[in-house]
Design a protein around this ligand. Structure first.
Ligand SMILES: [Zn+2]
Length: 446
């Protein structure tokens, strides 16, 4: 495997255990890991990448996405709807997707993330119409070269049984569990440095039965994989839980085995104090999706209270039907701003938001080998050119969330270059974008 020496970075924000920030330092990548960080490192035959005028950070980690939604951005009927109405507008469109839609949208969505500094992403795929399989997005992730935690989502309660999705989009519960086993056995790599992992992820409490939630948790623990779902996203979600289950979402999760350090929940906008304590004590993770929460008017997640209580929090861009983009460095800025809207300018610093976006997300996904730059950690990093207009006049190079570029110059995953000079080098992005545009226009009837 390659040996790369990144030389002369203006600043390296390591996010290591001491949160060191190193000026004028070099960084050696070898065999997929960070081998060495220091000043004046000898070339030793490495490929040299100069980083003058650049900030180097750990690669950002995206803990929640629905990549296929990249095909349904700004759908007119869903532009101004609340969560449940938004879903009901989009379900009929999503039911027309198939394998090619999932593959192409994942190529584009993961590339967009990579260009914004992301080296590892999760995806929550809960729709399997017309022969689509989790295999389609995993193939795309391999092509892009990004570290990928695919989750096998599911919906099983259709409209005729009091659920939200149309009956044609739901699956039978035994078939869901069977396919979870298939994809875990086929793709999940438990080893350190894994490029592909698989999780089990029923879509939400309002689209599957409590029995499936419980069985999914048992299956995931039997297989040693992680659990993921949507939880406590907005007031409608809380009302549904109280009405159908007679309890709040935290209680529902706890009763069905959905708390623990192998579980992470998306959104958690409406967690109350007791639920925050439960998540902290059980080491349950949260994927905070600030742009999506703003876009759907869901509210401001209590991230400050969660972090103060010791809850593990990572960032997610969420699907592109509710964002409507996938820029992870922009998402980190939004996370910082949103806490300030709620609690004041000292509620979250630029450094803390960057920490949530890097090592915070890696910890939520169970990857302590990622999200920080230190010898022995995986060689996942972003190089940001700070000589452009966005950072001109910036006093503090580490404060990239206050002023700085929102696209990387270079990106390395497992020591391999995915972005060079602002362009994806692993696959033909232009062709994927053209295919995506063609498919979206067809879906829209244009
Ligand atoms: Zn979501």
């Amino acid at each position: 495997m390659g040996h790369v020496l990144i030389q002369g970075a203006e600043l390296i924000v390591t996010m290591d255990d001491e949160r060191r920030e190193l000026a004028g330092a070099d960084l050696r990548l070898r065999d997929g890991c960070v081998a060495e960080i220091g000043t004046g490192l000898a070339p030793e035959g490495a490929e040299i990448v100069r980083a003058d005028g650049c900030l180097v950070t750990p690669g950002l980690v995206n803990t929640h996405h629905h990549l296929s939604q990249c095909l349904t951005r700004a759908v007119p009927g869903a532009q101004d709807a609340l969560l449940f109405g938004w879903l009901k507008t989009l379900y009929p469109i999503w039911s027309r997707f198939g394998p090619e839609e999932f593959r192409v949208s994942a190529l584009v969505g993961l590339s967009e993330l990579a260009l914004s500094g992301c080296t590892m992403s999760s995806d929550h795929q809960y729709l399997y119409p017309n022969g689509a399989r989790l295999d389609d997005t995993i193939a795309a992730a391999r092509e892009v070269g990004i570290r990928f935690h695919a989750t096998r989502g599911a919906m099983s309660i259709g409209e005729s049984k009091g659920g939200l999705p149309p009956d044609g989009l739901v699956e039978a519960e035994p078939a869901i569990l069977e396919d979870c086993i298939r994809v875990i056995d086929a793709f999940h790599d438990p080893d350190p440095g894994a490029m592909i992992r698989v999780g089990v992820a029923p879509c939400s409490p309002f689209t599957v039965s409590p029995e499936l939630m419980r069985d999914a948790a048992l299956l995931a623990r039997d297989k040693g994989v992680r659990l993921h779902t949507h939880l406590a996203e907005n007031d409608e979600d809380i009302a549904y839980s109280l009405d159908r289950f007679g309890c709040r979402p935290g209680q529902y999760a706890e009763d069905l085995g959905w708390t623990g350090d192998d579980v992470w929940h998306a959104h958690c906008v409406k967690l109350d104090g007791r639920e925050i304590s439960l998540f902290a004590q059980s080491r349950t993770g949260v994927a905070h999706c600030p742009c999506s929460n703003c876009r759907l008017g869901s509210g401001i997640a209590p991230v400050r209270a969660m972090r103060d209580a010791g809850v593990r929090v990572g960032l997610g861009v969420d699907g592109s039907a509710s964002n409507d983009g996938g820029n992870l460095i922009g998402e980190a800025r939004q996370a910082m701003l949103l806490q300030r809207v709620a609690l004041g300018a000292d509620a979250m610093s630029a450094r803390e938001a960057l920490e949530i976006a890097t090592r915070g997300g890696a910890d939520v996904l169970g990857r302590p080998d990622c999200g920080r730059l230190a010898p022995g950690m995986r060689a996942d990093l972003a190089i940001w050119d700070m000589s452009g207009i966005e950072a001109a006049g910036l006093w503090d190079r580490a404060a990239i969330l206050l002023a700085g570029p929102n696209r990387v110059r270079d990106l390395f995953v497992e020591g391999r270059q995915v972005v060079r000079d602002g362009r994806i080098v692993t696959h033909d992005l232009g062709r994927a974008v053209a295919a995506q545009t063609r498919i979206a226009r067809r879906l829209a009837g244009l």
